[in-house]
Design a protein around this ligand. Sequence first.
Ligand code: VNL
Length: 390
Amino acid sequence: MKKRLFLTATAVAVAALGATSAMAQADTFKIGLILPLTGQQASTGKQIEAATRLYMAQNGVNMAGKKIELIIKDDGGIPDASKRIAQELVVNDKVNVLAGFGLTPIALAVAPIATQSKTPQVIMAAATSIITEASPYIIRTSFTIPQSAVAMADWAPKNGIKKVVTLVSDYGPGIDAERFFKDRLTFNGGQVIESLRVPLRGPDFAPFLQKVRDIKPDALFVFVPSGAGAAVMKQFLERGMDKAGIKLIGTGDLTDDDQLNDMGDGALNVVTSHHYSAAHPSALNKKFVDAFEKANKGLRPNFMAVGGYDGMRVIYEALRATKGAGGGDALLAAMKGQIFESPRGPMFIDAQTRDVVHNMYLRKVEKKDGKLYNVEFDVIKDMKDPGKTR
Ligand code: VNL
């Protein structure tokens, strides 16, 4: 009798446990965040992780009756690893959204999984134009390289820069930067007299810069991914290229806020074009930068952080709009067309292209309160990805 009672009680307890975990499953909204937290692109992973955590700390984890859970995985910047991790997140963890993606090849490797599983894939970092066309479930909150490159190619010839050598990392965004910069500069009456490409992994910029020094163009236009800019700047200055009268210009990845303040005064006056500067003069950005630095031992947020922060905004608001019902397709529909103020300025997810529309700023490195910043001095408003209209 006693034994039976015990068994019954246990059965009830087990059943209850089963019910709770099933409920926990249904009541949890999972975001699978895949980032390069180790390897060459580790600073990108660190910035985005910090930004997503800040967004959650500021906005809570409860939305539409769901508890939002962030599952963070390190892919080391390797596409095969990202693909395997994305598969596990979808199949085992049953995530509602995939997010992150530090490099273009990673975003592209995961795209088929997003399509097959109908899981929205939020691109927070990668910036090659073509990415959004790799899956109808992709939404981008970072930026596109053609946006930055075209903005720079419009500014340069109006400012005495006619003959340019381009130097880019030899993969997706670098090829985009080279092509869109050259086409637009040529259209504007300038000329690219040499196009150089350096390997993405373990680049040695020295021989390339020596070549540029010999060619002596008006300016060197550079695209390297976040984290590599300081090495280019150091070599450029060590060779005395600035003193030889060669200007340094590029997309804002070059004067990355993550590294800028450690680049030294040699970086002063370098002009770049980009969607985000930690010095963007808005109340919202000031609040963002202060909170980010406070939560991360003084680390300054860069454009990767803002891509992650805004990506979380897009996910949260999609969950709010769908009240947690309808699955991936409903979420995706609620992500399209979102319009809001980002720390970068106004921003919009184009419903047709699922790509980001935002301002492109021309910025010059200046000293403010003893620190180096990208100070915005001009703006091209509401720029769509030029890669979508070619
Ligand atoms: C990419 C583009 C990566 C721009 C970056 O840093 C960047 C990319 C890691 O598309 O791979 O600054």
